[in-house]
Ligand binder design. Structure first.
Ligand code: FO1
Length: 315
């Protein structure tokens, strides 16, 4: 039996990393737990961007330029909705992508769970690992803006292009949510839990906010890869959200957010100057090239992370 690995994942950054992780471990021994607090209901459909980004990327069907959505996409439905029916068009669903949302929404409407819908979609894409939503309950990231509005995450990020300053980030529904079946058991039984290089506030944050997850992580070997390189985000909006959540935009500051359960942390080579600060948190740190231009680089990052964690656990 190989090493049992659990990855906690957001969207694009996680998907790139997972493309490497599946080369570094036996995929059959891998469980990926994805954030679902970016989910949104649109035109009556349940859209799960992070689950879909992971599925399409690892299934070989992602739009590689965007990093999300389907390759070979068309917009006939979106155009008809906007132009004929005058429906809001700030969040675009492509035709092929809509097929995924139709299937998911139908499973849910028939009384199935998000876990069941996700398994059916993952099987169709022949994903070689187990993909779980963090919860079957509705947990929704809310962005309270400095000008006092309470926006859904996608409304702020896509609808307003992350323009408004952020006063507060909340996870509505998290306090009463239950982890999806298999999540806590996978973490408790893992030889390694890997925090993907995802947004610490709105990707990993909601997973940690589901009751029981953080407590279970405290007894598991946990390694993470910094999503912040040289004081900047590799992609996404963590630079806009970390200050609102009380953290600096640095690799060490992200490690500090996880310090209660983190055993090892992988930083980019450019952040070698932050290694000492991370180790003062009681977290073993190492640097490597973390800019995952190819799956080969991503696999090297994954091996570095797992090797460091193995070292920490054995000493
Ligand atoms: N991002 C955009 O900037 N504009 C869109 O219209 C948009 C649509 C969309 C549809 C399905 C999907 O899975 C993702 C989509 N995204 C879109 C990306 C998404 O908003 C974010 O990148 C993630 O939620 C953040 O991780």
């Amino acid at each position: 039996m190989g090493m049992k690995v659990v990855a906690l994942a957001g969207g694009i950054g996680a998907a790139r990393f997972l493309g490497g992780l599946v080369r570094a471990v036996e995929p059959a021994d891998l469980t990926v737990v994805a954030n679902t607090a970016d989910d949104i209901r649109l035109h009556g459909l349940h859209v799960s961007p992070d689950l879909d980004t992971i599925t399409y990327t690892l299934g070989g069907g992602v739009n590689t330029e965007q990093g999300w959505g389907r390759a070979d996409e068309s917009l006939a439905v979106a155009t008809e909705l906007a132009e004929r029916y005058g429906q809001p068009a700030w969040f675009t669903l492509g035709d092929r992508d809509i097929a995924t949302h139709l299937l998911r929404t139908r499973v849910l409407a028939e009384g199935g769970t998000l876990t069941q819908a996700t398994a059916e979609i993952a099987a169709a894409w022949r994903l070689p690992f187990r993909l779980l939503p963090m919860s079957d309950d509705l947990v929704t990231t809310r962005i309270v803006t400095a000008d006092g509005r309470d926006l859904g995450f996608q409304q702020w990020w896509v609808g307003e292009r992350a323009g408004p300053d952020v006063a507060e980030v909340r996870f509505a529904g998290a306090a009463t949510a239950t982890p999806a079946p298999g999540v806590l058991g996978a973490i408790a039984g893992a030889d390694a839990v890997v925090l993907c290089p995802s947004n610490p506030v709105v990707s990993i944050g909601p997973i940690l906010a589901v009751p029981g997850v953080e407590a279970t992580l405290r007894h598991a070997p946990v390694v993470g890869i910094s999503p912040i390189v040289g004081g900047k985000v590799v992609r996404g909006m963590a630079d806009r959200l970390l200050p609102a959540a009380g953290s600096k935009v640095s690799a060490a500051a992200v490690a500090e957010r996880y310090a209660g359960f983190l055993d090892a942390w992988v930083l980019d080579d450019v952040d070698a100057g932050e290694v000492a600060a991370v180790e003062r948190l009681g977290v073993r740190a190492v640097t490597t090239d973390t800019i995952m231009r190819t799956p080969q680089v991503a696999a090297a990052v994954a091996r570095t992370a797992l090797d460091l964690l193995t070292l920490v656990v054995s000493t």
